[in-house]
Design a protein around this ligand. Sequence first.
Ligand code: SF4
Ligand code: MSK
Length: 661
Amino acid sequence: MTERQWRSIDIATNEIREYTKKAGIETAWDRLEAQEPQCGFGKLGICCRNCLMGPCRIDPFGDGAREGICGATADTIVARNLLKHICAGSAAHSDHGREVVHALLLAAEGKSDVYKIRGREKLHALADEFGIPRDGRSDEAIAKDLGALFLAEFGRQEGTLLNLARAPEQQRKNWEAVGASPRGIDREIVTALHSTTVGVDNDPEHIIMTCARAALADGWGGSMIASDVSDVLFGEPHPLRSRVNLGVLKEDEVNILVHGHEPTLSDVIVAAASDPELLALARSKGAKGINLAGICCTANEILMRHGVPIAGNFLQQELAVATGAVDVMLIDVQCVFPALAELQNCFHTKVVSTSPKAKFPGAVHIEFHEDAAYETAKEIIRLAIENYPNRDRAKVKIPRVEEKLVAGFTTEVVHKILGGRYRPSYRPLNDGIQSGRLRGVAGVVGCNNPRFPVDNCHVELVKELIRNDVLVVQTGCSAIACSKAGLLTPEAASKFAGKGLQEICRAVGIPPVLHVGSCVDNSRILTACAEMVKEGGIGTSFDKLPVAGAAPEWMSEKAIAIGMYFVASGIFVVIGQPLPVQGSPMVTEFLTKTMEKHFGATWAFEADPIKAAHLMIDHIDLKRRELGLPGPMYDVPYAPKTVDQESAARSVVLEAVGAGS
Ligand code: SF4
Ligand code: MSK
């Protein structure tokens, strides 16, 4: 892999990556190089290991095998593989949701040493929405009913998910018409996995409908429950300021990084990190304090609610350890490199796994159980403090790079900040879109991937969108990427946004790019779209709205599930590298064209971030025309200098993904 291919726009990433290269410390980029050339059959989705008559693979050039031993065609194999990915992604988000519901029930039943109902307003709103009586009842009693109701959604055997009632009527009709309305979350995933086994579902179109239903069970089920219940249990996020990038690590404090996804432990770690007993212990070891920061989505969870700084996104997990300044990296589930356990041997860092679901050979395992959450959190922090004196000062290299950000936007917050505290409303947002001051809204989400220079596509794509007066909402590692580039501050509006978006940001005091949370919080984008439809004037279902989505550097199966539930909800989605479906022209055509007929939206594949931005803008403009809305209020000036820079960034990206120069 050439330097040109890995070099990021993030200078902290470059600095530590250079160091690991020189020091011979292996990271994801080195392992990618060792994997090259990567398997073309896998990339095209045409290998099948579903039974032990195989493995089988289809010759993409038509000279060799056209069918697997059982007779499965490329179309069937590709569709089945896609469905397996979606099941895994949906399962990950939904299992996260279930854990949070369990924690809510512990709080409601008084069985936890730390969990309390912190989001009273949200609890009451949800109780009213789901018909749970509130009069004369304690919050705990209400929460117990709510927890039981949500838990039943996972195993629901009859009827469809209750949250579907939040979707516009037309959306629900679309799903009904193609049999994509999800029933119980677990049921959809089990049924979908059943249909992928040898000799079950072999009709690629039918399999893709199952993909849609399993993904919708995630978006409108598991993920949405995770976000709602987290708000009840840990408190509703509100806009707050924080900092981001490796520079948030401190030389003279105990550094603890939380990495993974579930907030059940990380939220408690935040509380325990200010425990006087632990602070005194840290001082007794020569540290000035305890510095907590995060990586990936667990970082986003505690950023949104507590303003805890973020050390980095997905591809910075190894780089963070390589700063030599991390005393404990606490990991739970999802997006955690097994390589961390080996990497810790190069430094004093202790990698501590905590989930009963996820063990890492070589890591210290301190199992987390919700009923003793605070004690576990203290034990892990104590381990970090005891490890602080082992830090080798000669190896400490913390890049002096950090950026400010504002996070904490939710569907409810947008209501309040736009309409005012006493008259919350989406009216000003819809008015802005109707007048053309705001062209539309885009969700830009997803991971990093070593096939792309870290963050470049996220940042270039989002800059182009806001330059064209498109308000951007973000989650996950994409939000972290753009916050490192300084796009998540109100000041970024005057620097990067078009005139119309600038006016809105200035009037309301928001950044042009809104951080709405972690991967499960993509469900907040669905509920925000539902509010826009409810407010009226810009379409009666999601597929009519001037909105679009993107995941420019995605890598995870969870990203496929997210993309699929957005498309199946009527939102056009552009992703950086193609889905592994191109071994079947039929499946590719179905996803990128035919889905429009059934769901009102399609997928598009585009590695070039500027072209991807313009696919989204063109789609938004098309929706505006269909709604009879005027064109954008302000012309967007051609920016030759920027475009030159963008071209350079694009050619690196294209080279990195093997899409030409
Ligand atoms: Fe081969 Fe069919 Fe078995 Fe897949 S299911 S491995 S295509 S025989
Ligand atoms: S953490 S799924 S790398 S966004 Fe949610 Fe980041 Fe992608 Fe994991």
